[in-house]
Design a binder for this molecule. Structure first.
Ligand SMILES: N[C@@H](CCC(=O)N[C@@H](CS)C(=O)NCC(=O)O)C(=O)O
Length: 227
């Protein structure tokens, strides 16, 4: 296979990285086959030959790209005949805003499921994850997740712009999804893949949009292995 994506994995091969999901969906949108290579946190540097400290990394016929947005730009430029990920320069620029906004949701999500993420990891990754995240937050994973309802409430309140937008159109891209949808989809697929703690409220228009996204590309997101 000439196209390989290094994809973060849990101990049971769960693929849960929000950024990797953005790239998986972008590749599917373009109709491109890819071998996704299971990559633990502690294997990223070595498996990518020192190229990147983060995943996703895409190898595409000799090109090597890290960063999910850069991967989408590469796909758009390299495969212009396939369905567009941005719908033009304006859409590309606006997607940067969606990226920043979606990334701002990662704090409350992470705190709500941080111990669940830890528990999905292989032993080496568990030690690395606990050490690096406890240093970052200055407290234990247990203490962070103990307050998960509060973090979830903050997260749900932050979704208001999306909720209001969905009154006018079914996707951020309009009538059909664009990369901007995959950005937020990745953000929400992350807790779904590692935790039974539902981040979205039943009956929320954002939950309905997320369900639509799970069905895209032959149910790529819905069929992903969860343990
Ligand atoms: N801006 C990057 C962020 C990638 C990123 O932070 N990936 C995480 C996985 S979700 C990672 O590789 N973390 C490595 C680590 O924490 O050591 C992107 O959009 O791809």
């Amino acid at each position: 296979m000439a196209r390989v994506m290094f994809d973060l994995c849990g101990a049971g091969d769960e693929r849960f990285s929000p950024y990797c999901w953005r790239s998986r969906m972008a590749l599917a949108h373009k109709g491109l086959d890819v071998e996704t290579r299971a990559t633990p946190f502690t294997g990223i540097g070595q498996m990518t030959g020192g190229f990147s400290r983060t995943v996703p990394v895409l190898e595409d016929h000799g090109a090597r790209i890290s960063d999910s947005f850069a991967i989408a730009l590469h796909l758009e430029e390299t495969y212009p005949e396939a369905p567009s990920l941005f719908g033009g320069a304006g859409g590309r620029a606006l997607s940067r805003f969606v990226e920043s906004w979606a990334n701002s949701l990662h704090g409350p999500i992470l705190k709500a499921v941080i111990l669940d993420i830890h528990d999905r990891l292989a032993p080496d990754d568990r030690a690395y994850f606990r050490d690096s995240r406890e240093k970052r937050f200055g407290t234990t994973l247990e203490a962070l997740q103990a307050d998960r309802e509060t973090h979830r409430e903050a997260f749900r309140a932050s979704l208001l712009p999306m909720r209001l937008m969905l009154k006018a159109q079914p996707f951020i891209g309009g009538e059909a999804p664009l990369f901007a949808d995959y950005i937020l989809f990745g953000t929400l697929q992350w807790p779904r893949m590692v935790s039974d703690f539902p981040m979205l409220a039943e009956g929320d228009a954002v939950a309905a949009w997320f369900e639509r996204c799970l069905d895209l590309h032959d149910g790529l997101g819905r069929m992903a292995l969860r343990r």
